[in-house]
Design a protein around this ligand. Sequence first.
Ligand SMILES: CC(C)(COP(=O)(O)OP(=O)(O)OC[C@H]1O[C@@H](n2cnc3c(N)ncnc32)[C@H](O)[C@@H]1OP(=O)(O)O)[C@@H](O)C(=O)NCCC(=O)NCCS
Length: 193
Amino acid sequence: MLLRGIISSPLPSSLTPRLKVTNHPRNVAVSAQISSGTTAAFSVSDEALQSRGFILRRTIGDLNLDHLNSVFVAVGFPKRDTDKIRVALENTESLLWVESQKTQKPVAFARATGDGVFNAIIWDVVVDPSFQGIGLGKAVMERLIDELLQKGIRNIALYSEPRVLGFYRPLGFVADPDGIRGMVYSRKPKKKK
Ligand SMILES: CC(C)(COP(=O)(O)OP(=O)(O)OC[C@H]1O[C@@H](n2cnc3c(N)ncnc32)[C@H](O)[C@@H]1OP(=O)(O)O)[C@@H](O)C(=O)NCCC(=O)NCCS
């Protein structure tokens, strides 16, 4: 989910290894403290994806940010400044995207920011509408989560539109565990005089 003004704080140790959730007027924020670092088998292999014409990428070297921005806009995210997207991606902990071999354009994307050790938040999970429903979102998320776990990061959070909760649950995310709520900063910035 795309949100502005999110503040995250470390989980109290009493919650380990429990789950944390944040509610927002339009979004449900879910985080998972995962006790095992074992790598799960992916639902589809890199090779199987490639045989279907999709290449998994983990760097932004070949990523056309205007094309990525178009995918964001196509799924309803606001259009953002491409230069700012570049800065955001340069400050991203882990990212994954899927390139269509045919068009060389991005068709799926997800990224996580974090402190590199304890916490990560997943953002900008998108699949081009023409390519939704064929397993690309799941393929990207599985690998992103696995990469974070491999780094030892256990507290993984995300903000979910209510209509997408069913996509995230089978991936290991839970909303409202023990009724725990997070909070987001909501004051509008004062206009400069
Ligand atoms: C949500 C989104 C990333 C899912 O990607 P996708 O490639 O279409 O999903 P997949 O084909 O990988 O689906 C994986 C599984 O999740 C299920 N699923 C997908 N979208 C779902 C939804 N909105 N609600 C419930 N389940 C969903 C699929 O049925 C599939 O189930 P299966 O593994 O039992 O077959 C994609 O639809 C999207 O980009 N939506 C618009 C942007 C958005 O809402 N992003 C999330 C912001 S919080």
